[in-house]
Design a protein around this ligand. Structure first.
Ligand code: SF4
Length: 409
């Protein structure tokens, strides 16, 4: 996850004081365990076009029981996992979701809920508020017509927006989650306006990744120019919010080239802060799959992140998560935990590799079969990543991958 607003607030402070703020000392010492995104149930009342879990509205067998979830939570706590994001499917369809959340809160986890929002009426909003979730993310993929088409349910938009309002009225911290593709890029700006009109203070912009149903639709992924246009808009918005002291948070996910792109954005507008920001971005380090973010699926399989459901590292029924997570006998995990990662192609030659970390390995693996190939989702030009213009090797390889992508339309 790339926290745009954090850097924009630092930039605003630097502009005011003439000095880039010192990095927080929080987190020095033994690093905590990863943030765990936990798909507790695969069942969902919707069948969204871009769902990585390929969920449907029926029960799935073999899911972790409440007792098994509790055992895993004990291990996660001992392993110093700080954050649990309870997800699905639709997590509110799991009958013991609130018992799990209650236990998570009692154990001191920062507890988030990732939901489509369509099952949240007033009594459910009361329950969520009473439970004390630290954060609830609700997916909105566009305005009414677009969202309902994406979610394959007429009325889904109205129900999700109603949920946002019900939760906000009860003081729950709510965020909008938006995954951009060519099919909904036109609704991005109106959604940002909606966020502000609804006084929602977090916006999560997700790039499309190539997994699950997102993989099937990768040919319709927004092309690079529209990605850059969207990020320009997002960075402008986040900067304006930081400069004006608004309580708004903008984050992105699934494309760590957003870090170098922010560096460029700052270099063009506030060149004196380029080096200070570069240092901060290198400390962030880019892609965190297999290191600072983890996924446990409904069957207890552990994955490097939610986009690696086709690659299991082990099952929490057989071995504790803490052991699976530290086991680098799996070549993928060894590579993800290596520093630097053994990336190839233009990522290996890129001047921003220390910031971006080589970006999203799933995309490379899905499109080329090689998890260490350059990320074909990188929207920066050869020139921007420091390759000589017309670097034949890199450009040719990139074109080939893009053509493959077109083949899948
Ligand atoms: S070329 Fe690779 S390492 Fe460089 S910004 Fe793009 S994805 Fe990141």
């Amino acid at each position: 996850m790339f926290r745009i607003s954090q850097y924009m607030r630092e930039l605003a402070q630097a502009q005011q004081t003439g000095q880039w703020p010192a990095a927080s000392r929080r987190g020095l010492g033994t690093p905590p365990g990863p943030v765990v995104i936990w798909n507790l149930i695969r069942r969902c009342n919707l069948t969204c076009k871009h769902c990585y879990a390929l969920s449907a509205d029926h029960d799935y067998t073999g899911e972790l029981s409440g007792d098994e979830v509790a055992t895993v939570m004990d291990d996660l706590k001992a392993f110093r996992v700080p954050v649990l994001i309870l997800s699905g499917g639709e997590p509110l369809m799991r009958p013991d979701l609130f018992e799990i959340a209650e236990r998570a809160k009692r154990m001191g986890f920062y507890t988030g809920l990732s939901t489509n929002g369509t099952l949240i009426d007033a009594p459910m909003a009361d329950r969520i508020a009473a439970q004390g979730f630290d954060y609830v993310g609700i997916s909105l993929d566009g305005l009414r017509e677009t969202h309902d088409k994406f979610r394959r349910l007429e009325g889904a938009f109205d129900r999700s927006l109603a949920a946002v309002r019900l939760l906000r009225e009860r003081g729950v911290k709510v965020g909008l989650r938006y995954t951009m593709t060519a099919m909904n890029a036109h609704d991005f700006a109106p959604l940002l306006d909606l966020m502000r009109a609804e006084r929602v203070n977090k916006f999560y912009f997700s790039h499309l990744n190539y997994a699950g149903r997102g993989n099937i639709h990768r040919g319709k992924d927004a092309q690079f120019q529209s990605t850059r246009d969207a990020l320009d808009r997002l960075y402008d918005r986040a900067w304006q919010a930081a400069r004006d002291g608004l309580d708004e948070e903008y984050v992105t996910g699934n494309n760590d080239a957003d870090g170098p792109y922010l560096l460029q954005w700052v270099a063009q507008r506030f060149p004196r802060w380029t080096e200070a920001l570069r240092e901060r971005l290198v400390a962030w380090g880019g892609n965190a799959s297999g290191v600072n973010v983890a996924n446990i699926d409904n069957l207890g399989e552990v994955h490097p992140d939610t986009m690696w459901w086709h690659h299991a590292l082990g099952n929490v029924r057989q071995r504790p998560f803490s052991q699976i997570w530290m086991d680098t006998s799996d070549p993928l995990m060894a590579g993800l935990k290596a520093s630097p990662r053994p990336v190839e192609g233009r990522c290996a030659k890129c001047q921003h590799f220390a910031i971006c970390g080589g970006n999203t390995r799933t995309r490379a693996q899905q499109l080329t079969g090689n998890a260490w190939a350059e990320d074909p989702g990188c929207y920066l030009s050869d020139e921007e990543i420091g390759l000589p213009a017309g670097d034949a090797t890199a450009s040719t390889r990139r074109t080939t991958i893009l053509m493959k992508e077109v083949d899948h339309v």
